[in-house]
Design a protein around this ligand. Sequence first.
Ligand code: SF4
Length: 169
Amino acid sequence: MEAEKNISEKKIQELYDKLKKDAELAGYYLNPTVDFTKQLVRSLIINQMRYGYQACPCRLASGKKEDDLDIICPCDYRDADILDYGACYCGLYVSEKILKGEIQLQSIPERRPPEEQRKKAKTTTQKISEPLPYPVWRCKVCGYLCARESPPEICPICKAKKERFERFI
Ligand code: SF4
């Protein structure tokens, strides 16, 4: 598509700067190989244009937002992959050890469950014996928990949007 080919350096730089700033404020790091990272940022912009949301650049999006919520960047699997492998699946976010060159980036296996499993998990409801005064909401990206009537518009920790919260209790 023509529009996708014409994404300006300025636009890429703007999103790169924003992601870097948000990441650092929340204790995350962008991959220090800037050219590589900007390629991923470019793909995020393309996905935003194609689907209306920043689907993961390394995974095939369905185009249905409700089915792709777990892979809107930053995806639900980022933190676990950084913990286990030092980087997210695409290598956009890395651990401090990778940032400092203390360990090398390795290939990362896909952690996203198969579609069937994801569908099943969606329909599973949690039962609790004692109702709480407020529901507890969990950010599926970073695990932040809060007890309030509804989830926050933006996660104060990782900046994920409201739609990425799930009812925890
Ligand atoms: S955080 Fe997740 S969605 Fe974002 S680039 Fe990394 S693997 Fe892809």
